[in-house]
Design a binder for this molecule. Structure first.
Ligand SMILES: Cc1cc2nc3c(=O)[nH]c(=O)nc-3n(C[C@H](O)[C@H](O)[C@H](O)COP(=O)(O)O)c2cc1C
Length: 229
């Protein structure tokens, strides 16, 4: 199994440890990890070069290294500490830089068969909205199977978490891993509906560019083909 972890932080705190704990449940896996902002320290500049040619993004090389690992993975694990009730700014910056992967632009076929888990920790509250920032992007990338794990740790780092809470985290993560191994990916109604809406948009020339419409056409999605089986 290929696993790609995207950490919305450079440091190895509570959120990182939970993500790592989950990845380790899958035995002899091929694991790739990226830390933000260390591995992509840029913000989208709104130049729209990517609409015509994604390679023209000023940060294409750094971004592509991460996206190649994401495209190759069976399981994606995203981690972010909750910052001011949301995902970290570096995670948001990364997601902005991947907006051409959205169904409204050039969705990738491989996304429609992936599993993903989004993990966030908070001292007290806010994991739900922090996780939502990421699950929203994953949904629009076309990822059909997304699980969430949010927990209030009452701590500023992994070492500060009580033994009782760590035990609970380990149990939760073991359970989650079992579920991930057992359950099959199914492309649900919401994803199918959104894809259909975006297809209509391309058919009616309401998309962002002719390049994007041609991409949809080449994939056969303006005809009968779909990115899922
Ligand atoms: C900039 C910043 C903002 C934070 N905002 C929140 C928040 O909105 N809600 C909360 O409960 N904790 C908040 N915290 C605490 C962290 O979410 C919490 O300590 C988390 O477990 C840290 O994860 P880490 O160990 O992976 O860095 C914030 C911490 C920082 C540094």
């Amino acid at each position: 199994m290929k696993i790609t972890l995207i950490h919305g932080q450079n440091h190895k705190g509570s959120t990182y440890h939970i993500g790592k704990l989950l990845a380790e449940q899958f035995g002899d896996s091929d694991i790739q990890e990226f830390f933000l902002p260390k591995d992509l320290e840029h913000f989208c500049m709104g130049c729209y070069q990517c609409i015509e040619n994604e390679e023209k993004c000023p940060f294409y090389n750094e971004k592509n290294r991460i996206m190649q690992a994401i495209e190759a993975a069976d399981l994606l694990i995203f981690t972010t500490p909750t910052y001011c009730m949301r995902a970290s700014a570096s995670m948001k910056a990364f997601m902005d830089l991947t907006f051409t992967y959205w169904m409204s632009h050039k969705p990738r076929k491989c996304m429609f068969s992936k599993k993903a888990v989004v993990i966030s920790t908070a001292a007290g509250t806010g994991t739900k909205s922090a996780i939502k920032d990421i699950t929203n992007t994953l949904f629009y990338w076309g990822v059909p199977y997304i699980k969430e794990y949010g927990i209030a740790v009452q701590a500023m780092g992994w070492e500060q978490i009580s033994d009782k809470k760590k035990k609970k985290i380990k149990e939760d993560i073991t359970k989650l891993a079992r579920k991930l191994q057992k359950e099959k990916v199914h492309v649900g109604t919401k994803t199918r509906f959104m894809f259909h809406m975006m297809r209509m948009m391309q058919l009616n020339n309401w998309g962002a560019s002719k390049v994007e419409k041609d991409y949809w056409k080449q994939n056969g999605w303006l005809d009968k083909e779909r990115p899922w089986k």
